[in-house]
Design a binder for this molecule. Sequence first.
Ligand SMILES: Nc1ncnc2c1ncn2[C@@H]1O[C@H](COP(=O)(O)OP(=O)(O)OP(=O)(O)O)[C@@H](O)[C@H]1O
Ligand SMILES: [Mg+2]
Length: 314
Amino acid sequence: MATWNDMIETAEAKAEQTGNEGRIVNPFGESSQPQPHQTRLLDVRGLNIEFVTRQHGRKTRFTAVKHADLHVDLGEIVGLVGESGSGKSTISRAVVGLNDNYTGTIEFDGHELGRKRTREQWREIQMVFQDPYASLDPRLTVRKMLREVILYHKVVMVTQADEYCEYLMNLVELPVEMLDALPAEMSGGQRQRVAIARALAVRPWLLIADEPTAALDVSVQAGIINLLMDLNKRLDLSILFISHDLNIVRSICERTYVIYHGDLVEEGPTEQVFSHPANAYTRRLIDAIPKLSSAYVERLAAGTNDVEHDEEQA
Ligand SMILES: Nc1ncnc2c1ncn2[C@@H]1O[C@H](COP(=O)(O)OP(=O)(O)OP(=O)(O)O)[C@@H](O)[C@H]1O
Ligand SMILES: [Mg+2]
């Protein structure tokens, strides 16, 4: 019976077969692309995020993230797990620059990211959200969406933009004909691939994937997970992977953070966190993982791209 680990091995084997140590060489050249200087790519220290809410007409302060220390190294896939409302998205929004109302420091590649990000800083960290339909503009074709980002960030010259769009479609394993489709004409899995292509268009070093498969059918989920693993290997892309699904996190993340009510209560190599959790909350979380039924595992194993394209039509 195939498991996540079997699928991961397949993804790894596929990456190795591409040669050049599994890296995809951008046809438009790497020379214009600055490379990171540090192994410690993301370094978050003492991140504190408060919200002011109104309850019964009275203002109350609520600390959603409490002095969080978190880092992601070059090429790592790091998990962030915790129950709903524990502060996972709040951390990721601050890191990606969507919320500047925090205290503490967020360093990237050895430089502190200011409250106001430069265009280059926006490029370095990209995010993929849970709901690909909400995150894509319904009026724009895939091509227009990608061109907008490519040209704004001057990734390639205008004359190369269409070819670069095709390169991105290959990267996320979508047919190039889909460049002229609207989001409504695509399946959920295909839309999430487009969201990933748009994030990768600017050649980020860190991708924050916030529950990227939660809105998708299980068979489609496996295809997206495989794609992310493949991209991690082939592009040296670091990934902060946020998920409720501890089975997926255990399978793909090298290190894992556990967050509980805004506190990062545990951090360590994933296997250690799962097999010898130091924290009582982590132990409860792990005990609550539904044991994989054989039917579930079979559906995961069936999650090839072909299944996604065949079964899940818009
Ligand atoms: N803009 C906001 N104003 C007030 N409270 C907020 C705001 N954004 C988030 N919160 C609160 O902060 C807490 C953490 O929310 P967050 O969205 O980070 O949780 P999460 O771990 O991502 O949950 P989920 O798994 O459901 O996505 C929640 O209690 C939420 O209600
Ligand atoms: Mg969230």
